[in-house]
Design a protein around this ligand. Structure first.
Ligand code: ZN
Length: 195
């Protein structure tokens, strides 16, 4: 084989090897990106499920509160939107349900507890104390139209929103609880339209 042909073949092989390597590296990068997206989606779904479970627990606490208080839901007092949660939380073992796992204030809350040496099971007094320092006791807000209302006086409990996560922490979803105790992750318009 002439020397020029041999050199051309060598160059062609090197280019082909380089191309194969480039395609392989690009494929691997796509797989890694895909896996990372899958893991992140699964993590977000788990956090959303925890948030839904939390708001369900709190809605049931509100209904139990009403059962023990002449059919009246907890109130919002002194301009503080979280006072209902402090009243409702007397019925739960762990106040972690007061917080969405994605709410940054939840981490501050946990740090406070570790500094205070408290167990996750604590009373409404500690919740109130911490709420004063943090400026809030929960990631969820009660519908002011229903606060303090008698359950029997609510027109349509199946469709009346009792609690809502505000601000929302799950892109494309509103996490809500209704006055009959059921919960939902409502897709926002953009999410429902697949945008
Ligand atoms: Zn949440």
């Amino acid at each position: 084989m002439p020397a020029s042909d041999s050199a051309a073949n060598g160059s062609w092989r090197r280019r082909r090897a380089l191309l194969s390597y480039s395609i392989g590296a690009a494929g691997l990068a796509l797989i890694v990106l895909g896996l990372r997206g899958y893991v992140e989606n699964a993590r977000e779904a788990a956090r959303r499920a925890t948030c839904i479970s939390n708001i369900k627990c709190l809605a049931l606490c509100c209904l139990m509160y009403a059962r023990d208080n002449d059919d009246c839901l907890p109130t919002i007092t002194c301009g503080r939107p979280d006072t209902w949660a402090i009243a409702a939380a007397r019925r739960i073992d762990s106040a972690d349900v007061l917080w969405c796992p994605k709410d940054k204030r939840f981490q501050e809350w946990q740090q406070y507890l570790s500094i205070a040496g408290s167990s996750p099971d604590y009373g409404a007094g500690l919740i109130e104390e911490r709420a004063r320092i943090l400026g809030a006791a929960t990631s969820y807000l009660m519908n002011p139209d229903l606060a303090g209302q008698r359950i029997a006086g609510i027109d349509d409990p199946l469709h009346a929103i009792l609690l809502e996560e505000i601000p929302p922490h799950h892109k494309g979803y509103r996490i809500v609880a209704y006055a009959d105790g059921h919960v939902a992750a409502l897709k926002t318009v953009a999410e429902a339209q697949g945008r």
